[in-house]
Write a protein that binds this ligand. Structure first.
Ligand SMILES: Nc1ncnc2c1ncn2[C@@H]1O[C@H](COP(=O)(O)OP(=O)(O)OP(=O)(O)O)[C@@H](O)[C@H]1O
Ligand SMILES: [Mg+2]
Length: 204
């Protein structure tokens, strides 16, 4: 039985608690029930997402990416207990070199056909290194369109949050991406162009 020390964060889907795992500082991420979903469906969904997220975090680690160690999962409580990563959320301390690192992360995921699904700087923690903490919406896909959506979301967030430095940040992100895998990037960027021009066309 877990002893929760403190509720750290209330997300859209989960509560994040500070806890202990064998005397080690740890995080407990518990997906909270949604009353607008039918009970059985909701239980299934939370259980599946719990299993999927812990699998993705472990898979990313096997690819050599820095993610939290998973200590324990309880699908029935929709709970993941993982390493506590100290540092600041990248969204609050973003720099070009952090964007470069995030680009490397995403490129490695994409090279292995993993799509992040929620690529925002707040899902990375920065201390002397960068750690990817949230893979709650990650999935497997070989489609360039899905890879393009990851990059596009990141670009959109940079554009809307960092008015003065988004061009430089995005450039560094792409450099990081290219550093790992340059082959696919041009095609993916072309997809983004297509999506954006379709959107412009639809609006005008
Ligand atoms: N392993 C961890 N170590 C330290 N802090 C963490 C860790 N996991 C989560 N946090 C903190 O809690 C916040 C929310 O976590 P997370 O992004 O996983 O939840 P969420 O966005 O609500 O989840 P989801 O989008 O999957 O529903 C993070 O931005 C971070 O500040
Ligand atoms: Mg998150």
């Amino acid at each position: 039985m877990q002893r929760y020390i403190k509720l750290l964060f209330k997300g859209a889907e989960s509560n994040i608690y500070l806890t202990k795992w064998y005397n080690k500082k740890a995080i407990s991420k518990i997906r909270i029930p949604k009353s607008y979903r039918q009970r059985k469906l909701d239980d299934d969904l939370r259980r599946r997402r719990t299993i999927s997220e812990s699998r993705m975090i472990t898979m990313a680690k096997e690819l050599g990416l820095r993610t939290p160690y998973i200590y324990f999962i309880d699908p029935y409580r929709a709970e993941i207990v993982m390493e506590f990563v100290s540092g600041k959320r990248a969204s609050g301390v973003l720099t070009s070199s952090i964007c470069f690192e995030i680009g490397k992360f995403v490129s490695t995921l994409h090279l292995n056909n993993l799509i992040h699904g929620d690529l925002t700087p707040s899902n990375f923690i920065v201390n002397s290194k960068v750690t990817m903490i949230d893979m709650g919406l990650s999935f497997y896909s070989t489609r360039k369109e899905d890879k393009a959506m990851d990059i596009r979301l990141f670009k959109e967030i940079l554009t809307s949050t960092f008015h003065n430095s988004y061009t430089e940040f995005f450039e560094y992100f792409l450099n990081g991406y290219r550093h790992v895998n340059s082959e696919e990037l041009e095609k993916i960027l072309q997809r983004i162009e297509d999506i954006e021009s379709r959107k412009r066309y639809a609006i005008s």
